[in-house]
Design a protein around this ligand. Structure first.
Ligand code: NDP
Length: 393
């Protein structure tokens, strides 16, 4: 029987998910694209005139409205590519309607710049009781990086001792300052303290305090800064024997100088301030001023390279491997009208949903990506536009 796929969120990532689901229409069937602004859904639909797409307006903060929409369209799966603030409401609507769920970023409360899986994992029993599966963090990082670790564990190591996740976006959009995905989410993430995990404990560093230089294949040497990133929270639970995990992201000097300046003047604030009798939240106002990430696609040149370096033991010998994926911004735009940051998030979201609908990844409850067999996901990455490489270091 033909399926119905409900995609919530018509931003940069939502556009890629729609394009890629349409390319796999034998699996996804009818697409319902719902978001806060209907015109954004319609703009994406108009890029695919012969596809079976219906659009709808939804306030994804409202559980009752979500329940009505899911029931009305009889969704077989909900792909949540709105913002992390909506994860819990959409999960609750999926529990109420017994509909499988997938997202790409973990829950964050709008008033607290801290993201963690606690509240999503706490819904595991409710997912089980509803007889459904929830797949958390099926983007690139989190997402593919978790699958890379599971693949390394399955095929290359008896025990992985350390993991470094290395995220480089070497794209140039020609603006002095812009973010490649939602500015509010992006700036909250990179202006937070760095954190890494070693021997069972979390260690904190000041924002951008820890730096290393890494030579990214097809990009070159880049300054890479230690950040906290959400996949570490689940990987420390699921990669047995792990002793240390860190996450590094590249930033150019100009980006860092702009960010420091915005932070120093209070523009990254998430608490309300009064301005001429009106209440505003500085970071939301900044989002209004900055270029819409969805508009960067046509201007962005260069490549992304995201991967993991795993060190450990195999047959008693020390071993080190690097698994990575390189994407080209202009090629991504030519294919789906989005730059590589949205592309590398949207394709894994589609693949996760495909494996769920096909029953190749299945279970009751909520799961992180590394809990499943990585092989079918790795095969799909090669087929669906994200080919990867492995090097022994
Ligand atoms: P955008 O801001 O471009 O898009 C978000 C979309 O969600 C917008 O269309 C927005 O509507 C819609 N939306 C926001 N709030 C609501 C609401 N209450 N009800 C209905 N719709 C709403 O973000 P991106 O596409 O860049 O990112 C999407 C998700 O992907 C985010 O959660 C982000 O954190 C995640 N991500 C994950 C990555 C990974 O590798 N795992 C990497 C990059 C992003 P409107 O247009 O009206 O504002």
């Amino acid at each position: 029987m033909s399926k119905t796929t409900l995609i919530i969120g018509a931003g940069g990532v939502g556009r890629v998910v729609v394009h890629k689901c349409v390319k796999n229409k034998n699996i996804f069937g009818k697409i319902v694209l719902a978001s806060r602004t209907l015109s954004k859904c319609d703009a994406i639909k108009s890029e695919l005139p012969s596809a079976n797409i219906v659009t709808a307006c939804i306030d994804a903060d409202n559980v009752d409205a979500l329940i009505s929409l899911i029931q009305e369209v009889q969704a077989d799966i909900v792909i949540n590519v709105a913002l992390p603030y909506q994860d819990l409401t959409i999960m609750d609507a999926c529990i109420a309607t017994k509909t499988p769920y997938l997202d790409t970023a973990n829950y964050e409360h709008p008033d607290v710049a801290k993201f963690e899986y606690k509240e999503q994992w706490a819904r595991g029993d409710a997912f089980k009781e509803a007889g459904i599966m929830g797949l958390l963090g099926s983007g690139f990082d989190p997402g593919v990086t978790n699958v890379f670790c599971a693949y390394a564990q399955k095929h290359y190591f008896d025990e992985i001792e350390t993991i470094d996740i290395l995220d480089c976006n070497d794209g140039d959009h020609g603006y002095s300052f812009a973010t490649n995905f939602n500015p509010e989410i992006n700036l909250r993430e990179v202006s937070a303290n760095g954190r890494y995990w070693e021997n069972g404990e979390w260690f904190t560093s000041k924002p951008m305090e820890v730096k290393m230089i890494w030579n990214y294949p097809e990009v070159g040497e880049r300054d890479s800064y230690l950040l906290y990133h959400e996949e570490m929270e689940s990987l420390v639970k699921h990669i047995k024997g792990l002793k240390r995990i860190r996450f590094f992201m590249t930033f150019g000097q100009s980006y860092l100088t702009h960010m420091k300046c915005l932070q120093n003047v209070g523009m990254l604030g998430i608490k309300e301030v009064e301005h001429q009798g009106q209440k505003i939240i500085p970071i939301e106002f900044l989002k209004t001023l900055l270029p819409d990430p969805a508009s960067l696609g046509s201007r962005t040149k260069g490549k992304t390279n995201i991967g993991v370096v795993c060190k450990g033991l195999k047959d008693g010998k020390k071993k080190q491997i690097y698994i990575y994926q390189v994407s080209d911004h202009e090629k991504c735009y030519a294919e789906v009208k989005s730059q590589a940051v949205s592309y590398t998030t949207g394709v894994p979201a589609m693949i996760g949903a495909k494996l769920m609908l096909e029953g190749r990844w299945s279970g009751l409850g909520v799961f992180n990506m590394e809990e499943f067999d990585p092989d079918p996901f790795m095969d799909e990455l090669n087929k669906q536009g994200l080919p990867w490489q492995i090097k022994e270091l």
